[in-house]
Design a protein around this ligand. Structure first.
Ligand code: 6LW
Length: 511
């Protein structure tokens, strides 16, 4: 009896020693990276965390965000910042760069992704995640959403050819395939089994994937095996996370899926994943955003956020309370062009110049419609539903220049100053909606210089010419549900025709 009691005390002591102190509950604000930042992948290197996202037809491609507190993320660069890394000639908002994965092994960062309209799967490497990153190493195994797993000097690649999660070993220095592709899993029967990642915890290999497609039915499912090549057994309680459920269906956060798990410096587990914030029914226009939730383990299966839906504000066990992210408020003078600025396909350098706080853009004749390559435009993500952005534009001679609010080639808005040959200048608001091209307002101007401001109010945009409202448009018109694509709204100065001077550009979030 005494022996039993002392054994019990010993077991209890071991259990206590193994159970880490639960971290205090802190307020986390989601999304952690708002605006068009889909398909997140994350890597932890000590106390530094890095996230990358997909970018489709934008250049530069694949932003790199850094954080030390998991709440505040700063963009430190873009992985694909040279045309030689990123062929985009035939890309649109549904093509180009799909989901990337970032991993770290032996002092080297790896980013692997698919350029679906420019060569398929490839990876690049860097010793500093801010760059520079290498030239592409092209890979043989196809399927989208490739991921890497390193173990015992070996490098494994997993992707989804023929809708089957498939694993092979590769030589990371050449990209050569070292073993035939082995089919691991087809998921639980949901459409589009994709976004695979492999993790090791204890004696198990875990295969995390997404199913259901990136819309309302999006979900995360998991399988595990004692051996990397399988056989994998599916978790009987799949999906491990979705808002397409009784508990999640009322949330404004929908489309939850495409996740990547990681272990923080304090040993706790987390998942980043994508979701969008809907309004007015089932519409969203800011794109798929990056969210975070804690992961715990029950019977060696992962549990996301305690099995509950996530919220924009939620209490999570973080070892240090993060500061609340500040609303962005920037007056760009373009003395340097930060990593947040992007172009649709590669920019034509001669069409962009900056001097004394004035950005000069030259139109290439291309606008934002499909078939118009490489429009002259500098675009940044609209990251808050409520914000104001504007500029003073001065058109030199004939042409068209102003502010673009761009979702896809099939859904975009321009607020601009224009002057036709021999005509008088005017300011206009125009919207493209698939085959419809509609001018919402047209106001004559005494000169071809005007202050253009756009106020975004979540469900609509207001257009102010020299401080006076001249038009409103419903944001739903350029929502993903109507305009299509995998992207989210970006905004900024553009010039379609002629030459225009922009006196800075302001972007201020109201909350
Ligand atoms: C991406 C796929 C997905 O590669 O959509 O939501 C595709 N997930 O995993 C494009 O973002």
């Amino acid at each position: 009896m005494r022996k039993l009691a002392s054994t019990a005390i010993l077991l209890l002591a071991i259990a206590c020693a193994q159970t880490p102190e639960p971290a205090p509950e802190c307020l986390l604000r989601n999304p952690i990276i708002p605006g068009f930042n889909p398909d997140p992948s994350v890597v932890a290197v000590g106390e530094d965390y890095y996230i990358v996202n997909s970018t489709f037809h934008y250049f530069p491609g694949v932003p790199v965000y850094h954080s030390r507190d998991l709440q505040n993320w700063e963009q430190i660069g873009n992985v694909l910042d040279r045309p030689s890394q990123l062929p985009l000639d035939d890309a649109n908002a549904s093509l180009g760069i799909y989901a990337p994965t970032i991993r770290y092994n032996d002092g080297v960062f790896y980013m692997i992704t698919t350029n679906v309209s420019g060569g398929g799967n490839f990876m690049v490497t860097a010793t500093d995640p801010a760059g520079p990153w290498s030239e592409p190493i092209w890979l043989e195994q196809q399927g989208i959403d490739p991921s890497l797993y390193f173990e015992d000097g070996k490098c494994y690649m997993v992707s989804n050819p023929d809708a089957t999660i498939t694993l092979c070993e590769i030589d990371p220095s050449t990209g050569a395939t070292l073993s035939p592709g082995k089919a691991l899993w087809r998921g639980t029967g949901g459409r589009f089994p994709e976004g695979p990642h492999i993790y090791r915890r204890g004696g198990w290999y875990y295969l995390l994937i997404s199913e259901g497609g990136t819309e309302l039915a999006h979900k995360l499912t998991v399988a595990r095996s004692r051996k990397i090549y399988g056989p994998y057994e599916a978790f009987p309680g799949n999906p491990i996370f979705t808002h397409c459920s009784l508990a999640g269906q009322e949330s404004n956060i929908q489309g939850t899926g495409h996740g990547d798990m990681f272990q923080a410096a304090d040993g706790s587990w987390w998942m980043v994943f994508l979701a969008y914030r809907r309004y007015g029914g089932d519409f969203h226009h800011l794109g798929r955003e990056t969210f975070l939730a804690p992961v715990t383990w029950e019977k060696d299966w992962p549990v996301v956020n305690g099995g509950k839906p996530v919220a924009e504000e939620m209490m999570v066990p973080l070892s240090a309370a993060p500061t609340a992210p500040e609303a962005v408020s920037v007056e760009y003078d373009f003395s340097s062009i930060g990593p947040e600025w992007m172009h649709i396909q590669h920019p034509e350098a001669r069409n962009y110049s900056v001097a004394n706080g004035i950005l000069t853009l030259k139109g290439s004749g291309s606008g934002f419609d499909w078939g118009n390559p490489r429009p002259t435009a500098l675009l940044r993500r609209q990251q808050s539903p409520e914000c104001t952005f504007g500029t003073t534009v001065s058109l030199q001679g004939e042409g068209e220049a102003g502010i673009a609010i761009y979702q896809t080639h099939s859904g975009h808005i321009e607020f601009y100053v224009s002057r036709e040959k021999g005509g008088k200048p005017c300011a206009e608001v125009r919207i493209r909606l698939h085959s419809i091209l509609h001018t919402q307002a047209s106001v004559p101007l005494s000169s071809a210089k005007a202050r253009l401001d756009v106020k975004a109010f979540g469900d609509h945009y207001e257009f102010l010419l020299d401080g006076r409202e001249i038009a409103r448009l419903d944001s739903k018109l350029i929502s993903t549900e109507i305009a299509g694509g995998f992207t989210g709204v970006t905004v900024g100065p553009y010039c379609q025709k002629g030459t225009a001077l922009f006196n800075g550009f302001c972007y201020k979030e109201n909350k």
